[in-house]
Design a protein around this ligand. Sequence first.
Ligand SMILES: Cc1ncc(COP(=O)(O)O)c(C=O)c1O
Length: 319
Amino acid sequence: MTQTAAATSPDAVTRRETSWIWFDGRTCQYGDAKVGLLTHGLNYGTGVFEGIRAYWNAEREQLYTLRMPEHYDRMRVNARILQMELPLSTTELCVITNDLLRRNLYREDVYIRPLVFKSAEIIGVKLHDVPESFSICTAPMGDYVGTGGIRCLVSSWRRIDDTMAPARAKCTGIYVNSALAKSEALQAGFDEAILLTMDGHVSEGSAENIFIIRGGTIHTPPPADNILEGITRQAVMHLAREELGLDVVERSIDRSELYAADEVFLCGTGAQVAPVIDIDRRRIGDGEPGPLTLRIQDLYNAVVSGRNDKYAEWLSAVY
Ligand SMILES: Cc1ncc(COP(=O)(O)O)c(C=O)c1O
């Protein structure tokens, strides 16, 4: 069954409607949490969200959340950029999230979606003095993009610049930028979009950070190139340096360097480590996932599923 069919089948809908969520200070079922049509965040994109994964380890019968405190810490910083505050401490949010995962009896990989948004039902564009709501929803989740080698399009849409809106803030409204690029890529027959900055440097994928490998060194765009400062990006940089002994360089990357790279991969909470085998109909390397990319992917998969005890502190057990 395709992902879309699964998401719209009666079972998936029923399961979502009855799933336990957190909404404004209480646990309730998804179907009982309502927002009005005039909600500020819905009309003006005034929200900040996170995406956190939890991985099911069948052997240990255990669900592990991945770097959950880091996600809530980042969300707190991002919320302040939009003049919002998270209502609870990171520790409290982790406890609530674990409780939701347990109540929903997950025995599969899960995506966790915290959201803080301007919830007043008023007309008027501003940030200050608008009441906020906070929610946490969860849903089963498999691969977000293929992990066996994807084909990318350099988008005709440029990555939004920090002088226009805070690209690093994971702000809901800014995701129209990603949606335009992603649909352009999918509708042209590609798997994912890569966005350039206003001055033509490589920024990132529509929902992933990007790495290229040239001559055994890994390169990735710096935060000043309007990337989201990804938690997976940090993890990959750490694993590449510490476990594989590779040099990792943060620097601006030209578009044509994508084509010249030996290997390219995208990474993110949703995408995990996704090898790129083709960009703009140009084969990357020999058109297969690259050897270093595969080592990083293996390492990452082992860490997140609890099969590498050295990084046990990146995970927390739910059950
Ligand atoms: C635009 C964008 N860039 C990068 C990422 C990767 O960030 P992280 O690794 O923290 O999930 C995401 C994650 O969803 C994203 O939306």
